[in-house]
Design a protein around this ligand. Structure first.
Ligand code: PEP
Ligand code: MN
Length: 272
């Protein structure tokens, strides 16, 4: 389900396999941090599909701080994402971590995610741009908005206009949470560019109790969407469990966020 807000004719709408983000279309992208197993992936995909998500997220290649942490299922993870799409119809958002994986990732991804750590990996941005597949570009951990927009230019210059910008928290002196969610980036980026701007509250919060309030705040700030981590058993998750919403809470969460988006944006709600 997507919420159609007031007409904003100048704004860019990014469309991925039927799902629209930007230009008045607000949507929730949800799924686990990481594809762990067939059961986990399909279970989350079914629930988020039934409860208003417009796309399914899940990493097959994970950028982990420690080389000893789980790095993702790779090609097998991509195959499971393909299965999730086949079953639910939800477009797939998945990260491209390395130029060498471009071909495999392009076979499954409806949106290629470029992670925060790779925001300034210029050859990777160029490759992602060349695929022609929409790109979800996360803001780097210590990147200014101007640097984010210049990174987006690397994709655009390849003739790929479909870039979604994502604020996911930046590093500041504050240590009480994982990152500082810079919500002022939403109106500021919208002033600086016509590209859609979404918010990832999960990676900033680091704790699931703080994900809903920051999602509501992001929707109120005028974000074009939210990308959020959800897991059926967060305590057993292989990656980012502490910040993952419990699957059985997703329906209520989704409803609330979409209500705020509607209030912030104006008008009606329409099913995809
Ligand atoms: C993720 O989406 O799971 C992720 C690793 O995000 P980021 O690049 O923002 O840290
Ligand atoms: Mn994650």
């Amino acid at each position: 389900m997507t919420i159609v807000m007031n007409e904003e004719p100048r704004r860019m709408v990014v469309e991925a396999a039927g799902a629209k983000v930007g230009g008045g279309h607000f949507g929730i992208i949800a799924g686990p941090c990481t594809v762990e197993s067939r059961e986990q992936t399909l279970e989350v995909a079914r629930v988020v599909a039934d409860n208003g998500a417009i796309m399914f997220r899940g990493g097959a290649y994970k950028p982990r701080t420690s080389p000893h942490s789980f790095q993702g299922l790779g090609v097998e993870g991509l195959r499971l994402l393909g299965e999730a799409k086949e079953e639910t119809g939800l477009p797939i958002v998945t990260e491209l971590l390395d130029v060498r994986d471009t071909e495999h990732v392009s076979e499954v991804a409806d949106v290629i995610q470029i992670g925060a750590r790779n925001m300034q990996n210029y050859p990777l941005l160029t490759e992602a741009g060349r695929t022609g597949i929409p790109v979800l570009l996360k803001r780097g951990l210590s990147a200014t908005l101007e640097e984010l927009l210049l990174a987006a230019e690397y994709v655009l210059k390849e003739g790929n206009p479909n870039v979604i910008l994502c604020e996911r928290g930046i590093r500041t002196f504050e240590t009480a949470y994982r990152f500082t969610l810079d919500l002022l980036a939403v109106p500021a980026l919208k002033h600086m560019t016509d590209l859609p701007v979404i918010v990832d509250p999960s990676h900033a919060a680091g704790r699931r109790e703080w994900v809903e309030p920051m999602s509501l705040a992001a929707a109120a700030a005028g974000a074009d969407g939210i990308i959020v981590e959800v897991h059926p058993d967060p305590d057993a998750a292989l990656c980012d469990g502490s910040q993952s919403l419990e699957l059985d809470r997703f329906a209520a969460y989704s409803e609330k966020v979409r209500q705020v988006a509607e209030v912030a944006g104006g008008v009606a709600s329409a099913a995809l």
